[in-house]
Design a binder for this molecule. Structure first.
Ligand SMILES: N[C@@H](Cc1ccccc1)C(=O)O
Length: 504
């Protein structure tokens, strides 16, 4: 008597052998079915004891887009070496700038070339000069040869260290997959000898099956949730944005309301209200992105007068001002905000939503812009988690307790405080957290209690504690990133962005 089995299982049984293991791909080719279908059939046959599966992890290497670019145009360090040789740096050190110019390297390629140059023995770099090792031979560059080998599908011929190096440079991507090989078991052979026949099975319910009533008689294939399927990476919300949303939910949960306001604003709101002297170094063109647009005219006149008075004369009986220049024109000039404390000023002054009576809590999670030097922890723009609490009798304990409560909700329990100086808060504290990978303490924020010189012109006579925390630094503590450029910008790591889950 012959056994009835689903069609795909019969095809696999008839193709598989008891002596030669066949992979899923081979079975798929031989039976003319999709690998996913074969995988499903094979699992069912294994559960019925008719075949045995052996699993092996196999890794394949392929070039990334960047790797492909360097394979075609030569590695940046090789291009640098060739330019250095042409400039005579094999005999006498040549000026760095000139060699880089001649190499045609641009943007991040320059850093890449510099950081690999000495490591690979192409020469030395220092004091603005570069030398070219006379005996170095770019023709026998192991990494360049490895790029060719990987492109030709011959990654096995590349030694492990070189492959690791290329992977860590992001030039080669290694992917792992499970290869399953299938053999017939004794029971499988016996069943084949007794005879199997294909039962009609359907794998989906169609409108035709429903209207004809045929669905009553057909046999449905079972779902196999273990079957391999193509990996589809669709669009998703960026993890930075997801974390920003999570921070907003957390702060709303702690009783805060959200502030909003302009990215480009009058210096008055960004700096003057904060008792930042107009000749403060952060207000020079070095740090500030000034905009070439007409000045802002609609500032609240009395507030402008009170702020000017605080700058000139200080506040209170024994107060003192800065004795430095203050001009209204300077206050009206427009720049990209270097912090979102400009929003706090708009809200605390009553400008944004009218006068506020204590107690109040406000926050924003918004972009700020600074003319910093790009490095692993600095970008030209980042997200600041701004916040403040207005109430009678606040103390530093309230400030610290708020941070502990906030960071605890992200699993961060080791927050440390260091006394700090801000022109607008007294006392002031920098916050530090421990990086989960490097163990280093990294700065995660800045905070303090607003000074009377800030509060009095705003017309506030209770306490206000406030802070600006860096969202990207929070992300580093949560997920262990070491370089902020992995997370956004042109050098970001797409794989990491696809795989990282932001959990609530
Ligand atoms: N504006 C500060 C943060 C801060 C806000 C409010 C009070 C104290 C500090 C910064 O950008 O670093």
């Amino acid at each position: 008597m012959s056994t009835r089995l689903p069609d795909a299982q019969v095809a696999v049984l008839e193709t598989a052998s008891a002596t030669d293991a066949l992979t899923i791909d081979e079975l798929a080719d031989a039976t003319g079915r999709k690998p996913e279908t074969v995988t499903g059939a094979v699992f069912d046959l294994r559960d019925a004891g008719l075949v045995a599966i052996e699993e092996q992890e196999e890794s394949t290497a392929s070039l990334t887009d960047e790797g492909e670019t360097y394979r075609e145009a030569a590695l940046p360090e090789v291009r640098l070496y060739e330019a250095a040789r042409d400039a005579g740096a094999a005999d006498d050190p040549a000026p760095m700038g000139q060699v880089i110019g001649a190499s045609g390297l641009e943007g991040p390629e320059v850093d890449i070339a510099l950081s690999n140059y000495a490591r690979k023995g192409y020469g030395d770099i220092g004091g603005g000069e570069i030398t070219a090792a006379a005996d170095a031979d770019p023709e026998s560059d192991a990494e360049a040869a490895a790029l060719d080998a990987v492109a030709a599908g011959d990654a096995e011929s590349v030694d492990g260290d070189t492959l690791d190096q290329l992977e860590s440079r992001g030039l080669v991507a290694i992917s792992e997959r499970t290869v399953r090989s299938v053999t017939l078991t004794d029971d499988g052979v016996t069943l084949l000898m007794e005879g199997v026949e294909a039962a009609q099975t359907v794998d989906r319910l169609t409108p035709e099956l429903l209207t004809s009533g045929e669905w009553r008689d057909v046999e449905f294939t079972e779902y196999n949730v273990e079957a391999d399927a193509d990996e589809a990476s669709g669009g998703k919300v960026h993890i930075l944005r997801q974390t920003a949303d999570r921070v907003k939910d957390t702060l709303v949960g702690m009783g805060f309301e959200e502030m909003e306001g302009p990215h480009a604003d009058a210096d008055f709101w960004i700096n003057d209200c904060l008792f930042m002297p107009q000749d403060h170094p952060a207000r020079t063109h070095w740090d500030r992105f000034a905009l070439d647009v007409p000045p802002i005219h609609d500032l609240p006149e009395d507030l402008v007068d009170r702020v000017e008075d605080a700058h000139r004369n200080g506040v209170g009986d024994d107060g003192d001002g800065y004795h430095s220049p203050w001009s209204e024109e300077f206050a009206r000039a427009v720049a990209l905000r270097g912090h979102t404390t400009s929003l706090s000023m708009r809200y605390l002054s009553g400008e944004a939503v009218g006068d506020l009576e204590p107690p109040q809590r406000y926050f924003s999670v918004e972009k700020v812009y600074r003319n910093d030097t790009l490095d692993p922890t600095h970008l030209l723009e980042f997200f600041q988690i701004e916040g403040w609490v207005m109430a009678e009798d606040l103390s530093v304990r309230d400030l610290m307790g708020t941070f502990e409560e906030f960071y605890r909700q992200f699993g961060i329990t080791d927050v440390q405080f260091k006394p700090h100086y801000n022109p607008y808060t007294e006392p002031s504290f920098e916050l530090f957290g421990r990086h989960p990978e490097t163990g280093e303490l990294i700065e995660i924020g800045n905070s303090g209690m607003f000074r009377p010189e800030v509060l009095e012109p705003l017309g506030i006579d209770c306490d206000v504690m406030a802070w600006g925390l860096a969202l990207e630094r929070l992300l580093m503590l949560m997920y262990g990133f070491e370089d902020i450029r992995d997370v956004h910008g042109t050098l970001c790591d797409l794989e990491l962005l696809r795989e990282t889950e932001v959990l609530y």
